[in-house]
Design a protein around this ligand. Structure first.
Ligand code: GAR
Length: 215
């Protein structure tokens, strides 16, 4: 069975969705860059080992990323799963784990990389918003897309309401993406586009409808 470590910075609701999903994966550890991350207690309740690599204890990004890599490598995971991990990783760190770092971003990439994605969506006036699970490359919020979920933007939405609608979908698509990785279904074309072996649609539309055919 493949193994993962999950990196968090905060409440860890995506992490919890992954822990609750019964995936065919060993979840070796949860690592936080913040000692006060709420998700650490949740992980401990689930019986998953936790550790903290505090970014404030390291003077440079390179020093933090080296300490983080040491902590990760102690668990020898197949994949590193970023679940609300709010640190920008150095190119050196990303290149150490090619196609092995997975991230969830709360927008339909390539739209709205960076922070405050829901605010950006409302300000831009897009009518459809969503979330993306992708493999991490050195370019921020960029890389081969595994699955996306779309939700409507409603006229009376504020940031909180829109974020909650997107988050509900995040909790569906992140476990699904990891299941495909666990099953060895994630393949790459010559152009680095992801194809999911045996499945020809990897998106959710609307709030409920799963378009992934069940086998
Ligand atoms: C989630 O919405 C996740 O997509 C986002 O942070 C939130 C974390 O919530 N991640 C990013 O913005 C990464 N650039 P959680 O801690 O409850 O999973």
């Amino acid at each position: 069975m493949k193994s993962i470590v999950i990196l968090i910075s905060g409440r860890g609701s995506n992490m919890e969705a992954i822990l609750d999903a019964g995936l065919p994966l060993n979840i070796s550890a949860v690592i936080s860059n913040r000692p006060d991350a709420g998700g650490l207690a949740t992980a401990a309740r689930h019986g998953v080992p936790t550790c903290v690599v505090d970014h404030k204890a390291h003077a440079t990004r390179d020093a933090f990323d080296a300490a983080l890599a040491e902590s990760i490598d102690a668990f020898a995971p197949d994949y590193i799963v970023l679940a609300g991990f709010m640190r920008v990783l150095t190119e050196g760190f990303v290149k150490r784990y090619p196609r092995r770092i997975v991230n969830i971003h709360p927008s339909l990439l390539p739209a709205f990389p960076g922070l405050h994605t829901h605010r950006q969506a409302l300000a831009t006036g897009v009518k459809i918003h969503g979330a993306t699970v992708h493999l991490v490359t050195p370019t921020l919020d960029h890389g081969p897309i595994i699955i996306q979920a779309a939700v409507p933007v409603l006229t009376d939405d504020d940031e909180v309401a829109l974020a909650q609608r997107v988050l509900t979908q995040e909790h569906c698509i992140y476990p699904q993406a990891l299941r495909w990785l666990a099953e060895g279904r994630v393949r790459f074309t010559a152009d680095d586009v992801v194809e999911i072996a045996g499945i020809n649609v990897s998106s959710y539309l609307g709030e409920q409808q799963l378009l992934v055919p069940k086998e």
